[in-house]
Design a protein around this ligand. Structure first.
Ligand code: FE2
Ligand code: FE2
Length: 212
């Protein structure tokens, strides 16, 4: 029987990263919450709007993969690494659902994915190097912002685009449970000034990937 080495894991992760950035993740364990819903024909302007919103969320999920990868590679706490890897597995579903919906909406993934992947990966490494409490707190604060952002997008999705809304709602529930899990494991509760700074930084991603 062959055993899985660190190098094998690294190659598998690298493969996943490349597929994530280019929009080629494909099917994952949990099927999309939108699959059971009818694919209503959208007006052209609604299709465009939904496509742009889902492109932002797809990039957000690419960033989540980058962040978890950076955080787990630089963390010295084995338990935290395990939690991060588990969460990254769950996040892969989100990436796949967004990818599928983007294809349905005939919208390409963002050209800026590699750029935001690199920025999030660096933030993940830096956060892990500060220490475990900070690392988990950073994750919790990030998820808190993602939940708030998803609430905004759920309200903005065109009324009859039930499929995109179903995906975003399930993602919101999952992100919130990641937030709670990180805090329960001892993550630092970041001060609001720090969270506001993080929100301002994330606007750079959400405002640009809406268009390209
Ligand atoms: Fe996610
Ligand atoms: Fe998450």
């Amino acid at each position: 029987m062959t055993s899985i080495t660190g190098a094998d894991r690294f190659v598998a992760q690298l493969d996943r990263v490349l597929r994530a950035v280019t929009g080629n993740i494909g099917q994952t364990q949990r099927s999309s919450p939108s699959n059971s819903l009818q694919d209503d024909k959208l007006l052209e302007e609604d299709r465009l709007k939904s496509g742009r919103l889902m492109r932002v969320n797809h990039c957000g999920e690419v960033c989540a993969q980058a962040l978890y990868l950076g955080q787990s590679l630089a963390s010295r706490n084995r338990q935290t690494v395990k939690v991060m890897s588990q969460a990254a597995e769950e996040e892969i579903d989100h990436l796949s659902w967004c990818e599928q919906r983007l294809a349905e909406l005939d919208t390409p993934v963002s050209y800026l994915n590699p750029l935001f992947f690199a920025a999030s990966f660096s933030a993940g490494i830096a956060s892990a190097l500060v220490g475990d409490k900070f690392n988990l707190g950073f994750l919790a604060a990030t998820e808190e912002q993602v939940v708030a952002h998803l609430e905004e997008h759920i309200a903005q999705v065109p009324e009859n685009d039930h499929r995109s809304r179903a995906i975003l709602s399930q993602m919101k529930d999952d992100e919130n449970s990641h937030r709670v899990q990180a805090l329960n494991r001892g993550g630092l509760n970041f001060p609001s000034a720090m969270k506001r700074l993080m929100t301002a930084a994330s606007r750079l991603m959400t405002r640009t990937t809406y268009w390209v």
